[in-house]
Design a binder for this molecule. Structure first.
Ligand code: GLU
Length: 420
């Protein structure tokens, strides 16, 4: 099997493109075949080197390595020119006002055999003699794709549904060159949960967005593999090795698939919880570009769905965020400071300063004052994190350590008395 991913660098790598790349990669890896990367940069106005970099970077991040390429379609324009000359010499194409057109018979039809969609017939009466070379000499898109697929020995063309209407033209070009077309498989469109075509509106739209939002590449691979393919009715989690072993085109659906970021979040959370804490710490440091203490990982691993959730959850261990005014007003008015002072005294004596002792100390304060647990816990939370949202209060306090906890409580008490 020789397959290719052929993105146009007129934009970044979107989720649909990533799925196309993944499916091709899985086919190559599962069959001992070859995965080729071809950059379709013939649109000189809209193709940019920045987009090429973003596409390569996105593929690297997803760990979809290629065996050949990246080839530049633009740099192969001499080959396209040679093919056009052959078509003209063979009587399959002719010049028309400086442009060159492929001759399409008036009668009959071209049948595209598609593994996913079955046979699709395109009557020739609906296809005019189409331009394969512009009058300025530039080869047209369908010509370039057909010639490249031929030269690169592509056996299976797996790409988005939006290319179906191009396919009969590519087949005609290949046949006119005396070759049989490859096997085609057109993947179903991606929709958002609202049934509309997938776009930025539905959340993360590009691979870069997914990365910045703190998804793990292995979770993304698992999730997007299921956008249009399934092994059976129920299996949701697949390691990459399992995907390579099980993936096949026969089980790709022809119906639109739904990209639901909430499902991806859920799946990503499962992957995160299974990571070795040291591995997770390394990934967090990579994403945030700053050191992350192991205690911070320990208290947040169970609660994160994405790496980006880490900072709001455990960032307080690195530095306390600014006091959230609303939270402050709510928990520090009336007897808040008094309870905080009582908590401080109890924590000062907790020894060793571990989760268990911290819990005993704080619950003791609750009992002694005859208040609700949150009346004590929330002021402590605001004092150490700046907000009322944090992982478990005992875990948080223990992870922060006695010295820093007391220092932050003192700071909060000072602010409280300054506020009057
Ligand atoms: N360059 C096309 C795109 O980015 C893909 C062409 C193909 O796979 O044949 O949509």
């Amino acid at each position: 099997m020789r397959v290719r991913f052929a993105p146009s660098p007129t934009g970044v790598l979107h989720i649909g493109g990533a799925r196309t790349a993944l499916y091709n990669w899985l086919l190559a890896r599962g069959s001992g075949g070859t995965f080729i990367l071809r950059i379709e940069d013939t649109d000189r106005e809209r193709s940019t080197p920045e987009n090429v970099d973003l596409i390569l970077d996105g593929l690297w991040w997803l760990e979809l390595d290629w065996d050949e390429g990246p080839y530049s379609q633009w740099e192969r324009r001499d080959r396209h020119g040679e093919a056009i000359e052959r078509l003209v010499a063979g009587g399959h194409a002719y010049e028309d006002e400086g442009a060159i057109r492929l001759r399409v018979p008036d009668e009959g039809e071209t049948i595209v055999h598609d593994v996913i969609r079955g046979d699709i017939a395109f009557p020739h009466s609906a296809i005019d003699d189409f331009v394969i070379r512009r009058s300025d000499g530039g080869p047209l898109y369908n010509l370039a794709v057909a010639v490249d697929d031929l030269d690169m020995g592509i056996t299976h063309v797996v790409r988005g549904d939006d290319h179906i209407s191009n396919t009969p033209r590519q087949v005609m070009i290949l046949r006119a060159l005396g070759e049989e077309p490859p096997v085609y498989a057109h993947l179903p469109l991606l929709h958002g949960p609202d049934g509309k075509k997938l776009s930025k509106r539905h959340g993360a739209a590009s691979v870069q967005d997914l990365r910045a939002a703190g998804y793990l590449p292995e979770a993304v691979r698992n999730y997007i593999a299921l956008l249009g393919w399934g092994y059976d009715e129920s299996t949701t989690f697949f390691t990459t090795e399992e995907l390579i072993r099980h993936f096949d085109l026969a089980r790709v659906s022809r119906n639109p698939a739904v990209f639901d970021e909430q499902k991806l979040r859920w799946m990503n959370g499962r992957y995160l919880r299974e990571l070795d804490p040291e591995d997770l710490r390394r990934r967090l440091e990579e994403l945030f570009g700053r050191p992350v203490p192991p205690e911070a990982v320990a208290i947040s691993q169970e609660k994160m769905q994405t790496l980006a959730d880490f900072w709001p959850l455990a960032g307080f261990l690195v530095e306390r965020g600014p006091f959230d005014e609303k939270a402050w007003d709510k928990v520090m008015r009336d007897s808040g400071p008094e309870r905080l002072r009582a908590a401080r005294e109890a924590l000062e004596d907790a020894d060793p300063f571990d989760v268990e002792r911290v819990e005993v100390a704080l619950r003791g304060v609750v009992e002694r004052l005859g208040v609700k647990p949150k009346d004590v816990f929330q002021p402590v939370r605001v004092a150490i994190t700046g907000t009322t949202v944090s992982p478990g209060i005992f875990e948080s306090v223990a992870a922060l350590g006695r010295e820093e906890t007391l220092a932050r409580i003192d700071e909060a008490l000072q602010k409280a008395s300054a506020d009057g």
